[in-house]
Design a protein around this ligand. Sequence first.
Ligand code: ADP
Length: 191
Amino acid sequence: MIIAIEGIDGSGKTTQAFLASKDFKAIQLKFPDYRTMPQIREFLEGRIHLHPKSLFLMYLADICQGISNIDHEHNLIILDRYIYSTVAYARSLDRNVAMRIIEDIAPPVPDAVFWIDVGINNAMERKVRHKEPDRNEKDMDLLNEVRSVYEIMYSKNFYAKQWIRIDGNRNIQQVYNEMKPILESIIKGKR
Ligand code: ADP
């Protein structure tokens, strides 16, 4: 079973993925994992320039490689970002084309996507508190755009059995308290 956790930078994905993986004994994967495509990190740190089309394909390659050796038939896999981030962050690309490419390449379809939706100011505040933000994390226009692409994917129920929107503007435990019973019922096949 595959569960994806999505949302803008600072929405709390890594935090919630960690809590859920611990409770449900899941395998936690984080994308990008940079092993297949180390250039992505160089781009995010502002050291190289990449054309939006090649960046999109690198993110996608990183995911396809990372997920390829995972036995999701017999394990619960929790993904901290997946192809939805690849579409959402594909700035200056036609997002409909990006979605079609994903459908054509056909990576594994998650059983559910938890979209942790937070306000941009809230997310940015959390990020700068702990580290120097990367290229994307300090770009408010991009974060606004990314959030609106999540909204579109959510309304289309894009490329997943179900999308669940979680209000992430609350404290860590409150967010997890909402997610946990939903996740439990998905795992039991009741939702
Ligand atoms: P993401 O993976 O979406 O970028 P993180 O889980 O890394 O977000 O969280 C970013 C920062 O915000 C971390 O320092 C984390 O401890 C903090 N954080 C996460 N969730 C919340 C929350 N609900 N309220 C306040 N701070 C949070």
